[in-house]
Design a protein around this ligand. Structure first.
Ligand code: GLP
Length: 243
């Protein structure tokens, strides 16, 4: 794993944006794996600014998002469909037909299977953006999930629901389940960029880099990926020296 430590979360966003923009320029029909949460918002802003200022085009780019909540409508203001539309897709020239998120309405098992197949048929992900949960989860793969897991329905841990309750009016409104790409689906990406900012991630970041590769900390699996870059701010990197 390569580690880049930046002075601020704004620098993390700029650094990450360079990788995405370079890839889109070099391979205009690339496949991007995208994440939600507060961490990638700065990156998406940088992509929008670059699109407006330099015209980098996403016309031929395809995207696959990591996950979607079960039990809220895609039009709900906290769905990941809405998040992606308002924070990125509506503001660049990507084609709606080329954006993919798990469909968390209807037959969930069938939808999850179909999503995994769709990623494979598209040729796999060139560059996957990841955040990390404070408990070390990636996408919604919670501690204890199998490293061989593919896209499926997942029950969210109480700690994750608590972390994500800031986006909802109350904890009760936070969905209990999601459809998420699995660890194996994520590990299939050619290149992975994991972004982490803030002290709340420092513990998980230290364990994923210096700890054992173990299912109790899902992100630790990235030690086995041969092209993963971590882009951290100083707060998230704070515990890195205390092995
Ligand atoms: C959610 C998402 C993850 C994300 C994590 C961290 O659980 N499913 O993909 O990485 O939150 O979110 P944040 O960036 O808001 O800390």
């Amino acid at each position: 794993m390569k580690i880049i430590v930046c002075k601020s979360k704004e620098e993390v966003a700029k650094e990450a944006a360079k990788f995405v923009i370079d890839l889109v320029k070099e391979k205009n029909d690339c496949i991007l794996g995208l994440a939600t949460g507060s961490t990638p918002l700065g990156l998406y802003n940088e992509l929008i600014n670059d699109y407006n200022e330099n015209g980098t085009s996403y016309k031929n780019v395809t995207t696959f998002n990591l996950d979607e909540y079960v039990g809220i409508d895609p039009s709900h203001e906290q769905s990941y469909h809405t998040y992606m539309q308002s924070n990125l897709f509506d503001k660049i020239d990507i084609k709606q037909d080329n954006v993919n998120l798990p469909n968390a309405v209807g037959d969930l098992e069938a939808n999850a299977k179909e999503y995994e197949t769709r990623i494979k048929e598209a040729g796999g992900i060139d560059l996957q953006i990841l955040g990390i949960g404070s408990n070390g989860h990636i996408a919604f793969n919670e501690p204890g999930e199998d490293f061989e897991s593919v896209t499926r329905v997942i029950e969210l841990m109480e700690s994750t629901r608590n972390d994500n309750s800031i986006f909802f009016e109350s904890l009760d409104e936070v969905p209990t389940h999601a459809i998420s790409m699995g660890i194996k689906s994520i590990m299939g990406a050619s290149k992975i960029l994991l972004l982490a900012t803030g002290e709340g991630k420092a513990d998980a970041i230290n364990k994923m880099i210096n700890g054992e590769v173990d299912e109790s900390l899902p992100a630790s699996v990235l030690q086995r990926h041969n092209d993963t870059i971590l882009i951290l701010d100083e707060d998230a990197a704070r515990k890195l020296d205390c092995k």
